[in-house]
Design a protein around this ligand. Structure first.
Ligand code: N1C
Length: 255
């Protein structure tokens, strides 16, 4: 009987938890607007309209990244030289750090990155509505509204990268730099050597690291950086967490 109860609890949680995070279309607009209004000096109604025109009325597998050009134009990214942070497969540790310390700016700290972080949306051919359920998944079709947004926003964020730039990569996987990731396929390709001095990789490691700075994938990364200096440092995740919880520690002393 206790096995049956356990199974029931697991099934109920597995169904209820994803649904709890799911937003209705009205809630999506409210979340977008509320997050947007935390940034002063923007017309959030205008930004919402620029957002919806990218995908409303379109087949949700036929939204190219260019569809978001007017949205990017409505809320352009400002360069934050020497403070820009990129990442791949390290979202949780990066955002734990950036939410507690004011050292770096990630895409999610900008208006567009923050308003759409964690959300799902799509349109439908012949409809003026926004949908938040039954939208294509990340890999279901390449040109889906969510993936194309992150591709376009990441490209625009990388276009303004300047000075010394940081990237947190994952040392617990065999290829910390993947050419299939947004970081590898979009951001690195948009880095501009006339604006950027260096790319400084922080390879986040756990107890049993799988990769170190000699990893072959990191050699591939270096090859893509002509004219931009490169450094790599293996840093324990615990050391980053320790710095997250010590606001008095200077950013430069974290690793
Ligand atoms: O494919 P990734 O990582 O290499 O993309 C990360 C890279 C970062 O440097 C960001 O600037 O691209 C940008 N970015 C986001 O800011 C972002 N926020 C949320 C890319 N993806 C982002 N997401 C979601 O994370 C997105 O919906 C997708 O599901 C993941 C991609 O993360 P990844 O594979 O770890």
């Amino acid at each position: 009987i206790s096995v049956a109860v356990c199974l029931l609890v697991v099934v109920v949680l597995a169904v209820a938890l994803p649904l709890a995070h799911r937003q209705t279309p009205d809630k999506l607009k409210a979340t977008f607007t509320e997050r947007c209004e935390a940034f002063k000096g923007y017309d959030c109604g205008k930004i919402w309209d620029a957002f919806t025109q990218a995908y409303v009325g379109r087949d949700p597998c036929k939204v190219p990244m260019e569809a978001y050009d007017p949205l990017i134009a409505a809320a352009p990214f400002k360069p934050a030289c020497n403070r820009m942070m990129f990442w791949s497969k390290t979202k949780d540790v990066v955002h734990d750090f950036t939410s507690k310390r004011d050292c770096f700016i990630t895409l999610e700290d900008t208006l567009l990155g923050s308003v759409l972080d964690g959300l799902t949306w799509c349109g439908k051919e012949g409809s003026k509505e926004t949908f938040t359920t039954d939208c294509p998944g990340w890999t279901e079709c390449e040109n889906n509204p969510v993936r194309s947004f992150w591709n376009r926003a990441s490209a625009a964020f990388a276009d303004v990268a300047c000075g010394d730039v940081t990237a947190m990569l994952n040392g617990s996987i065999s290829t910390p730099f993947s050419s299939a990731s947004i970081f590898g396929s979009i951001e690195v390709k948009r880095f501009n050597a006339t604006m950027m001095r260096s790319l400084n990789v922080v390879l986040v490691t756990q107890k049993n690291p799988v990769a170190n700075c000699e990893n072959a994938s990191l050699k591939d990364l270096q090859k893509e950086l002509d004219g931009i200096k490169y450094t790599c440092k293996e840093v324990a995740e615990s050391q980053i967490q320790e710095c997250s919880s010590k606001p008095e520690k200077p950013c430069g002393a974290c690793w």
